[in-house]
Design a protein around this ligand. Structure first.
Ligand code: PEP
Length: 666
């Protein structure tokens, strides 16, 4: 009792641990995916740094599509994997993928930690900056969690969402992540975690006196995402023509100043030059400062002037800093008193004809723009609704099953409890006869509380029949031919089995299906012949490990029933005993949990009810098989839909077999 109590507690702790690990990894992935999808341009710059460090500069920078596409794909995939984990969707594949991803990420961060090619891995975009050491520690913890989850705790992970509804959740995440990324690329990031978020007081943050080259802010401590290390901002501008430093003049200006940011000219969008020219005219009329800040060289500046007719003053600045100011090329920044008042992408530049709409923006310190919050809210609502709909559906199904079995309760006790042994190709004739005698004596001395059957090799049948009390022990074969009689050398017909005194036969065992290629059609023939000769059939069904991991066990078992038994009449079906034997549990020492067995048995009974009616379903005995032992039989047999066991290895010793039979005693 004490041991049972301790075991119960241990299982509860393991389940809690599995849940905790799942949330830890899932939330980390979702946060990482969301921050990347919210600012794909920032992530593309980070990926560019990786490409540079790996010597792939030319390939990566061949087109902005490569970086933006990779950042979008990465963010979306990470977000989807996180949601799969949190929802408990397709556990086995999700956990395998998670482990693979974590192994790759940990390998990458070991390299970052050792070689330090870039200062921040970019796991969470600019939202949370981790040093390479912190990232490595984080990944080691997550790797350990995912390894533990996959190898030890997988079956402890509660399934939160069914496959049908899980697909909806994933599809919604896919759409939402892609739309978020495209929106952020076209306009500005829906979540701005960068150093120039609206409302930032650059003047206050920027604390330097750039008089000499030595103390001028350099980009040496900034990586390509425009994030600086110790110094949060690296704002520094000077006139392209004279080299005059305008940084402080610009920041100290108490009126509005427009800064058109143009990191480089090659991929810049020049389709907006008319709108920019209108804005510049408006600023000239109103005596508002308007500058363009660029990192292009003099040839690039001349080209831009030619292309757009630009005649506004041109300043020089660092490319990485310009990209950090506005995630657009060109982009527009509105400053006042050294504070970022507003910013625009080239795709939604303000309209010079409606000046009243330009200068009203109030400083906004929130990293997530208003639209971003709304969209995130909608996403959460959709995912919550999907999960609720799924839970509701399961609850209704459960309730229907509950009502169904409650109605049948009076019949429940009539179902036969059976423990059947399957000796397989073990024991010679003398050993087999001795075992049968020993078992017979044990059961004569201590009457069983269930039906007992032993299924032996053909050569034992007649001899064993002579040694056992048929009122105590039923006798069965492990197979019979799919032919009536005739020239089938080595085969044993159902009629021959019956003539030995046997009354049962095992058919459809996974070993016969796997090694002797017995198809549903062959088994159907065997079942028909066995029934025609008055034998009771112990019909085995069950899925292999890959099928269980792909959560196809219900489909597999249903197909096995349909393929061999569904042409029987309800009357014929009365002579069938079913044995659910998950193939991954047979002879492996791995037992299905009592809950897994019950779940499958209930499903099998419901399938039988659909085909043969409620009475047949309630009366058919469904045995569990797969590493059943005296130590676990009681827990498994206690489940309402488990009516006993088909026992392999443990049937070869009278004491073990008797131990399992005794599991039916109070
Ligand atoms: C079997 O083969 O039917 C069986 C259940 O084997 P074991 O009990 O050895 O897993």
């Amino acid at each position: 009792m004490r041991r049972l109590y301790q075991r119960h507690h241990l299982l509860k702790c393991l389940s809690a641990l599995a849940g905790l690990s799942r949330w830890l990894i899932g939330l980390t992935f979702v946060a990482g995916g969301m921050t990347k999808a919210a600012d794909p341009a920032g992530m593309a710059l980070k990926l560019g740094s990786y490409a540079d460090a790996l010597g792939l500069h030319a390939l990566f920078h061949a087109s902005p599509l490569i970086g933006n596409g990779a950042a979008t794909a990465l963010g979306t995939a990470e977000w989807m994997l996180g949601i799969s984990l949190l929802c408990g969707f397709k556990r086995a594949s999700t956990l395998r993928l998670t482990l693979g991803v974590m192994m790759a990420m940990t390998g990458l961060t070991v390299w970052l930690y050792v070689a330090s090619p870039i200062s921040d891995c970019g796991c969470f975009g600019e939202a949370i900056r981790l040093t390479n050491g912190q990232t490595l520690a984080k990944n080691i913890v997550l790797l350990a969690c995912s390894l533990f989850l996959l190898t030890r705790l997988r079956h402890r992970l509660q399934l939160s969402i069914t496959a049908e509804y899980g697909h909806f959740a994933l599809l919604s995440t896919l759409c939402f992540a892609v739309v978020t990324a495209l929106y952020s690329l076209h306009f500005l990031p829906v979540a701005d975690f960068g150093p120039y978020v609206k409302g930032t007081d650059i003047q206050a943050a920027f604390d330097s006196t750039p008089d000499t080259d030595d103390n001028r802010p350099s980009t040496g401590d900034a990586d390509a995402s425009g994030i600086t290390g110790a110094h949060p901002l690296n704002f520094y501008v000077y006139r392209a023509d004279t080299g005059e430093d305008l940084t402080f003049e610009l920041l100290a200006d108490t009126s509005y100043t427009f800064l058109l940011t143009l990191p480089e000219t090659q991929t810049a969008d020049d389709g907006t030059c008319d709108r920019i020219a209108d804005l510049y005219d408006l600023c000239t009329d109103r005596r508002i400062h308007f500058y363009m800040a660029t990192a292009a060289d003099s040839a690039g500046i001349a080209e831009w002037k030619d292309l757009t007719g630009a005649n506004y003053p041109i300043l020089c600045a660092e490319e990485t800093e310009l990209r950090a100011m506005v995630r657009s090329n060109p982009g527009l920044l509105l400053l006042k008193d050294g504070v970022v008042v507003n910013k625009w992408s080239c795709n939604n530049l303000p309209d010079a004809d409606r000046p009243a709409t330009i200068f009203i923006a109030a400083p906004d310190h929130r990293p997530l723009l208003g639209g971003g919050w709304k969209a995130l809210g909608w996403y959460l609502v959709i995912i919550t609704l999907i999960v609720i709909a799924d839970r509701l559906r399961i609850a209704i199904l459960f309730y229907q099953h509950h009502i169904y079995f409650k109605r049948l309760k009076p019949l429940h006790t009539m179902r036969k409890k059976i423990v059947a042994g399957n000796w397989k190709m073990n024991l010679n004739l003398q050993e087999g006869v001795a075992l049968a005698k020993e078992l017979n004596a044990a059961l004569t001395a201590d009457k069983p509380a269930c039906d007992v059957v032993i299924c032996t090799p053909f050569i034992h049948l007649a001899s064993v029949a002579a040694e056992i009390d048929p009122a105590l022990i039923g006798l069965g074969a492990e197979n019979c031919a799919d032919k009536v009689k005739g020239a089938y050398t080595g085969e044993v017909s159902a009629e021959q089995v019956k003539s030995t005194g046997a009354t049962y036969v095992i058919l459809g065992h996974s070993e016969r299906r796997a090694y002797y290629h017995e198809t549903p059609e062959i088994l159907k023939e065997k079942v028909n012949l066995a029934l025609a000769n008055g034998l009771k059939v112990i019909f085995c069904i069950g899925e292999v490990l890959e099928e269980r991991e792909a959560e196809k066990q219900n489909d597999v078992v249903k197909a096995q029933l349909e393929g061999s038994l569904f042409d029987l009449s309800a009357e014929e079906f009365k002579s069938i005993i079913l044995a659910y034997e998950p193939v991954w549990a047979i002879g492996t020492g791995k037992t299905a949990t009592a809950e897994q067995a019950e779940e499958m048995h209930a499903f099998i009974r419901a399938t039988i009810a659909d085909k043969f009616g409620a009475d047949a379903a309630e009366n058919v005995s469904i045995l569990y098989g797969g590493s059943c032992k005296p130590s676990n039989a009681k827990e498994i047999f206690a489940k309402p839909n488990v009516d006993g066991g088909l026992i392999g290895g443990a049937a070869l010793k009278a004491a073990d077999f008797k131990g399992i039979i005794d599991a039916w005693k109070d």
